[in-house]
Ligand binder design. Structure first.
Ligand SMILES: [Mg+2]
Length: 314
């Protein structure tokens, strides 16, 4: 992993989120007539251009926490501060946070002995709220064996989303990220993840929900069959489909945004992987220049890279 892959991942996630925020909830049909082509402001949340949402805020909390090692109590505390004090939010106030995440953070505020008990466990608690903040964990997983990787992904997801379907989405996503960090070659990373899933997750009763992803043929799915809802299975499919059917960072995130509905979250999830794959330099400067707290996010990424033993160069 290079520093520019890590920065590409984090900044790629926040930039995708910020591109999608103004048009969240707009339909695909509407966006087809008036597509997003640049970083705009206002829209549904009435925010200035470059404003990222809850998805990036909680991902940045995770990145910040990981700078001092893996510690679920520390991470939980940062989530609580994000919701109640606006910590790691663009302008001091969290917005757009989903119900499952909010309720779980309410529970984390009471400091349960085991913070992984805070997350929603029923089948209706399978929104994309843990998937959209899991990316920074992938930067820390390369020295762990598959069982240890699964455990960490499961614990971090469970702070807000403890249903096995949400955990499996996070596992598939971080496995793709891990492979891209080792070698930025998309087909290899995607097919390697599919093979890993069929072998390591064969007994997981939730795996069939992801059959279209692990078939290795997601790229050939027609757009009309790609749903851009906030359901974790739809979101992971949509984000990976955008990544697999585009050849640039810019193309990937704009495609994700213009799918409509949960546009900010899908573009954040797709943008994180696209940033790792295509690199920090592939994120258009005109977008980075408008991104809220850009310098602080870059500084955080650099700190995380150093804390993981990375050299400051490259
Ligand atoms: Mg959001």
């Amino acid at each position: 992993m290079t520093k520019y892959q890590l920065l590409g991942g984090i900044l790629g996630l926040c930039t995708g989120d910020a591109l999608g925020v103004p048009v969240e909830f707009r339909s695909r049909a509407e966006l087809r007539l008036d597509p997003v082509t640049d970083m705009i402001g206002q829209g549904v949340h009435k925010q200035p251009p470059g404003t990222w949402s809850d998805d990036s805020a909680l991902a940045l909390c995770l990145a910040e926490s990981l700078c001092s090692g893996y510690n679920l109590a520390d991470l939980s505390e940062r989530f609580v501060r994000a919701l109640y004090e606006g910590y790691w939010t663009p302008w001091g106030k969290m917005f757009d946070i989903g119900g499952t995440t909010k309720e779980a953070i309410h529970r984390l505020r009471k400091k349960p002995a085991d913070p992984t008990t805070a997350g929603g466990r029923d089948e209706h608690s399978n929104g994309n709220g843990s998937l959209s903040r899991i990316l920074p964990l992938a930067f820390t997983l390369d020295s762990l064996d598959p069982g240890e990787r699964w455990l960490r992904v499961s614990q971090v997801s469970s702070l807000t989303h403890a249903h096995p379907r949400s955990i499996l989405a996070c596992a598939l996503y971080t496995e793709v990220a891990l492979r891209l960090l080792a070698k930025p070659e998309l087909q290899g990373a995607y097919l390697g993840t599919c093979a890993h899933a069929r072998k390591s997750f064969a007994e997981n009763p939730e795996l069939h929900h992801y059959r279209r992803i692990i078939s290795g043929e997601l790229a050939s799915a027609p757009e009309s069959t790609i749903k851009s809802t906030g359901y974790v299975v739809d979101t992971l499919e949509a984000a990976l489909w955008c990544l697999l059917t585009e050849t640039s960072y810019e193309g990937t995130v704009l495609k994700a945004v213009n799918l409509g509905d949960d546009s900010d979250t899908i573009a954040a999830i797709a943008g994180g992987l696209a940033g790792i794959l295509h690199g920090y330099a592939a994120i258009p400067t005109r977008w980075l220049d408008r991104l809220a707290r850009r310098a602080e996010i870059e500084e955080l990424g650099t700190r995380l890279f150093r804390s993981l033993g990375g050299k400051t160069k490259g």
